[in-house]
Structures are given as C-alpha cells and as structure tokens.
Design a protein around this ligand. Sequence first.
Ligand SMILES: [Zn+2]
Length: 66
Amino acid sequence: MSSAPQVKCKCGSTNFESSKPIRSLDDFVGAKCEKCGKAISRKEIDDQARSLAEAVIKKSLKNFTL
Ligand SMILES: [Zn+2]
C-alpha cells in the first residue's frame, strides 16, 4: 500500500506543486497542478477522498463474506 495520498487533477495529472511537503490530503489545498497550473480546491479534495474511502469500504465488504 502506498502511504502518500493521491489526488488527481482534472487534466489527469497527479503531480502538484506545493510550498510544503504533502503528507496528508489537507496539504493538497492550495497546491497547483504541475501540468496545467490549476490550483486544487478543497471541494475537489473532499470529493476524491470520499470516492477513495468508498472504494476501500466496498473492497473490504467484498472480502467480508458470511
Ligand atoms: Zn492539471
């Protein structure tokens, strides 16, 4: 499992420029996409975090069979 959180820009790039090291999803706020230069918004981060969490839950439910 990778430890660093991953957020994707609308252009598809996952490389972001940030003034501080990115260790959590919160650190993506205000970070700029290296490819298109768009700053990522808190809402985009929340949306992606939610879908990531849902994917993890679905995966674990699949493994949890009675
Ligand atoms: Zn971009």
